[in-house]
Ligand binder design. Structure first.
Ligand code: OXD
Ligand code: MN
Length: 596
């Protein structure tokens, strides 16, 4: 039975029913009985495998098709009326053409299947930040994953009432045909159509599709920001908490940073780090003129390989109950394993494809993009106020990238406008593991290149416009944990030791430390970085020392000069959508580099 009388929702469901011809329709009310029934059903068909319920209570295992294991950026489209509004950062398709093509693929695709209708909310229900969606799907895996990643069920329709302000999400696995796989966004219609995939990033439509692509477009029109950012709270020994948001391209340790444990010297004094979110932030201007943020999600869709009790004990703990694991190793004891979990790969296990796996074969057992879908409430370092409907006030925004030479460990930008410029030139060098070639530079402004639902030039202008409206803006910083010495070794230990830099950022926000002015912004004075006790890290045969600190904080104009021509080339793609302010910022940086 329909769970709502909202005519727009009923029309949407009817229209999709007509198109896809499912055998029946199930409205997801979010009750435990209903979800337990679906878990049982999925186990009976093999869609899920129940894991050892003593060791991993409430946990299940899932495999996606072997050619369906990642987001498909080349098959992801923004379908708006004018191509220029999608921008060079997006694939574009004419909406009329996209609807016709997709309808052909969807037609009768749910014959013999059940259509599930999932009401969901991005953001705590009742929060002024929250937005509703309705996702239609033929996948129980999607229903159960949406239950972890968002707030689902009846209360969402109570929140929505008769309003038309909801995102219409339509997903069908169809035949999982990679040639007909499309992730289509219609920002002007509040709609997302996803077909022929079963992989989380393509089918959990609340996450990248809604909370970033559609929401970034809504934010531009409504005066707020939807960003690819973690949110964390830093508590000092007096119990005061400072909140920071941070944007990092993939492979820069974002989830680890969001759940960081400070070095012992700080925890002994009473410092704590609290997680508010690990991937997405929605930010609005508060009555006090500050920027306030919520995490619109309700769980983590994290990369499993490399996650372990040393790199991220909080994430490991979060996955110990009520979690769905996808494409990891399934042990013969019905538990899970992945590369980097520990040094004891299991014997007699099945790999992510379901084949017997020999750890000595040299083949990885878990897919490199295998995932855990875990409820945020399981994470021991979740902030007690992480679901506060009014959000948390942001004191600093951090941009980061993986740069071997150019960017120092940390610098503070001069002001909002200069910070937007630094966000716009963000880039990361690929690692050998990911691409087979090291040091290929991938531009990823604001870590939003694959996620801005509109022209990135307009997105930068929106950030500049927001700066005009925020009377008490966060300070903007850039960090680079990955700088290499001349021998190609990481200079900085990273992980928990990143807290030493976060601490400097917090002290800058509170006006407690001064800084050195350089051609790119403000860098720390060496006396203000507490590095003396980094005794576990031997660098080039020595402890991390003052020379290493000086080296990693240095601003090398030779390298900065080299960065300028490729940035000009990148900016040129945006034509007259490039804000003039950013071109001016680049010219100013260039002239400062020649003077440096
Ligand atoms: C993610 C991503 O999965 O950014 O969060 O790709
Ligand atoms: Mn992400």
């Amino acid at each position: 039975m329909a769970l709502t009388t909202n005519k727009m929702v009923l029309d949407f469901v009817d229209e999709m029913k007509e198109l896809c011809s499912p055998d029946n329709i199930v409205w997801i009310d979010g009750s435990k009985e209903q979800l337990d029934g679906l878990r049982e059903q999925a186990c009976s068909t093999g869609e899920l495998i129940k894991l050892d319920q003593e060791k991993l209570p409430g946990c299940y295992y899932h495999r996606s098709a072997i050619d369906d294991v990642a987001r498909v950026e080349d098959r992801t489209f923004i379908c708006c009326k004018k191509e220029v509004d999608a921008g060079p950062n997006n694939n574009w398709m004419d909406p009329a053409q996209a609807y016709t093509m997709a309808a052909d693929i969807f037609r009768s695709s749910m014959k013999g299947r059940t259509m599930y209708v999932i009401p969901f909310s991005m953001g705590p229900i009742g929060s002024p930040f929250a937005k509703a969606g309705v996702e239609i799907t033929d996948s129980i895996y999607v229903v159960l994953s949406m239950d972890i990643m968002t707030r689902i069920g009846r209360p969402v329709f109570d929140m929505l009432g008769d309003s038309n302000d909801f995102v219409r999400g339509m997903h069908c696995k169809c035949d999982l045909d990679a040639e007909k796989r499309y992730i289509l966004h219609f920002p002007e219609d509040n709609a997302i159509w996803s077909m022929n995939s079963g992989y989380g990033g393509n089918v959990l439509l609340g996450k990248k599709c809604f909370a970033l692509r559609i929401a970034s477009y809504q934010g531009k029109n409504e005066g707020w920001l939807a960003e690819h950012m973690l949110i964390l709270g830093i508590e000092n020994p007096q119990g005061e908490v400072t909140y920071i948001a941070g944007a990092f391209p993939s492979q820069c340790g974002k989830t680890n940073l969001a759940m960081l444990i400070p070095p012992e010297q700080y925890t002994k004094k009473g410092y704590k780090v609290w997680t508010v979110g690990d991937d997405i932030a929605w930010l609005r201007i508060g009555d006090d003129g500050r920027l306030w943020a919520i995490n619109p999600e309700n769980g983590f869709f994290g990369v499993a390989p490399g996650t372990n009790m040393k790199s991220n004990p909080n994430a490991v703990t979060a996955t110990m109950r009520d979690t769905i694991f996808t494409n990891v190793v399934l042990t013969k004891e019905n538990t899970v394993w992945w590369e980097g979990l520990d040094k004891n790969p299991p014997q007699g296990a099945l790999d992510w494809k379901g084949n017997p796996w020999d750890p000595s074969s040299g083949e990885p057992g878990a897919h490199p993009n295998s995932r855990f879908t875990a409820p945020a409430r399981n994470c021991p370092c979740m902030a007690s106020n992480w679901e506060d409907p009014k959000g948390v006030p942001i004191s600093a925004i951090i941009f980061g990238g993986r740069r071997a030479k150019v960017a120092p460990l940390v610098f503070q930008t001069k002001d909002w406008q200069n910070g937007v410029f630094i966000g716009s030139i963000m880039a990361s060098e690929t690692t050998a593991a990911a691409t087979g070639s090291t040091g290929v530079l991938r531009r990823d402004p604001f870590a939003m290149l694959p996620f801005s639902g509109y022209n990135m030039g307009d997105y930068w202008q929106h950030w500049l416009d927001m700066g005009e409206k925020i009377s008490n803006p966060p300070k903007i910083f850039h960090v680079n944990w990955f700088r290499l010495d001349d021998g190609g070794n990481f200079i900085w230990p990273g992980f928990g030791d990143n807290f030493r830099i976060i601490d400097w950022i917090v002290r800058r926000c509170n006006g407690e430390v001064d800084a050195r002015e350089t051609a790119i912004g403000y860098t720390p004075r060496t006396k203000d970085i507490d590095y003396e006790d980094i005794d576990h890290y031997i660098h080039a045969g020595r402890r991390f020392n003052l020379d290493a600190l000086r080296a990693i904080l240095s601003v090398e104009s030779v390298y900065w000069k080299e960065t300028i021509p490729p940035i000009k080339e990148f900016y040129a793609q945006f034509g007259d959508r490039l804000p003039k302010i950013l071109a001016d910022e680049l010219a100013a940086l260039e002239s400062r580099m020649w003077l440096a």
